[in-house]
Design a protein around this ligand. Structure first.
Ligand SMILES: NC(=O)C1=CN([C@@H]2O[C@H](COP(=O)(O)OP(=O)(O)OC[C@H]3O[C@@H](n4cnc5c(N)ncnc54)[C@H](OP(=O)(O)O)[C@@H]3O)[C@@H](O)[C@H]2O)C=CC1
Ligand SMILES: O=C1CO[C@H](CO)[C@@H](O)[C@@H]1O
Length: 323
């Protein structure tokens, strides 16, 4: 069985990874693509040899020869486009963060459930071998009783003021929505459900979003999570660390995959690099979910859990400000 994909949004991530990942997947076919800017759509279509091109999302969803839609548009479009695709009977894999707010996430989940289509969210770091190794070190007791998970991350790009990533109404927030969301998803994967969130977000002097966010989370298992994320810093680390009573495991470059494990037995470094195309395992997982009728690894409910934390963080940050 071949899954015929329609790709909605042909910008940065679609052209760098998503299209290639769909084309390379043995059970997938990149059958159609859509963006509004005609000449850029044509160039994209030629580059990836896509037979059907349209500037209308409505037309894309209406095509009967498609099974699934990959939504790679800015965040403020995710909810309406997911609902429209679901109502047209298409499975939906939507880019992260899932949507602007938890309320939007709920509407997306409800629409997909009513239409009996599968909904997935593109938190592909869940498939990183280094993250799966961290899960193993927690589960097999190597680190002892887990205490905390710490992540520092950022994007060194100085986004221009008109970029949707730094316009609250379009991106929903700044670095927390854009890159912090990926790490929060890993916190949930490794430590489970959160029970308390504290946060402070520093307003950017240039944009109407934060340019730094710091979160402290208590999980139901009583472990703590700490996240700090930035926009516009030079050489920002991409650090993830799990600390337990009997050891700690740290990666200084999450995308690189090297993991240093320190226990009473000593210190060792292991290498667990991710797939060369980070989106490939995600596409393969979602395709398999459609073919076998199982839920994808990152369901809508899982995607919404990250939005829940971010919504609390933004609210906390505003409500607790000393006047
Ligand atoms: N998982 C990951 O690691 C990454 C995920 N992302 C996520 O992917 C999504 C897209 O990001 P990115 O590729 O950087 O964004 P870009 O701004 O580069 O691209 C957005 C694309 O969406 C198209 N678009 C916008 N509105 C519509 C519409 N109404 N109908 C059809 N097409 C539309 C744009 O084309 P046009 O204006 O011509 O319509 C453009 O092709 C975001 O959610 C982002 O957070 C991004 C980078 C990495
Ligand atoms: O992981 C990522 C890399 O950076 C991009 C731009 O900040 C993010 O959108 C993306 O999710």
């Amino acid at each position: 069985m071949t899954i015929r994909w329609g790709l909605l949004g042909c910008g940065d991530i679609a052209s760098k990874r998503v299209a290639d990942a769909i084309v390379a997947d043995e059970r997938s076919e990149l059958a159609a693509a859509c963006r509004r800017t005609e000449h850029l759509l044509q160039a994209f279509g030629e580059r990836f040899n896509i037979p059907t091109l349209t500037t209308s999302a409505k037309e894309l969803f209406a095509r009967e020869d498609l099974d699934a839609i990959y939504i790679a548009t800015p965040v403020y479009r995710h909810c309406a486009q997911t609902i429209a695709a679901a109502e047209a009977g298409k499975h939906v894999l939507v880019e992260k963060p899932m949507a602007y707010s938890p309320a939007e996430c709920q509407r997306m989940i409800a629409a997909c459930s009513t239409s009996k289509v599968i909904l997935g969210v593109a938190y592909y770091r869940r498939f990183y071998p280094v993250v799966l190794r961290l899960a193993e070190l927690i589960a097999d007791g190597t680190l002892g009783r887990p205490l905390s998970i710490l992540a520092t991350t950022g994007n060194s790009t100085r986004f221009p003021t008109e970029d949707w990533r730094v316009v609250k109404a379009l991106g929903g927030g700044g670095p927390l929505m854009d890159i912090g969301s990926h790490r929060l998803d890993l916190f949930l994967q490794l430590f489970g459900r959160p029970r308390h969130v504290q946060a402070t977000c520093a307003p950017s002097p240039e944009h109407d979003t934060e340019d730094m966010a710091s979160l402290l989370i208590e999980f139901e298992n009583r472990c703590h999570g700490m996240l700090q994320c930035y926009f516009g810093t030079v050489d920002t680390p991409d650090r993830l660390e799990v600390i337990g009573t009997d050891g700690r495991a740290t990666t200084e470059d999450l995308n690189g995959g090297d993991l240093t494990i320190i226990t009473a037995q000593g210190r060792r470094t292991e290498s667990h690099p991710p797939h060369a195309n980070l989106h490939a395992p995600l596409i393969s997982d979602f395709t398999d979910a459609i073919v076998s009728g199982r839920p994808p690894t990152v369901t809508g409910e899982i995607g919404m859990a990250t939005n829940d934390i971010m919504a609390i963080a933004y609210r906390e940050s505003t409500d607790n400000r000393v006047r």
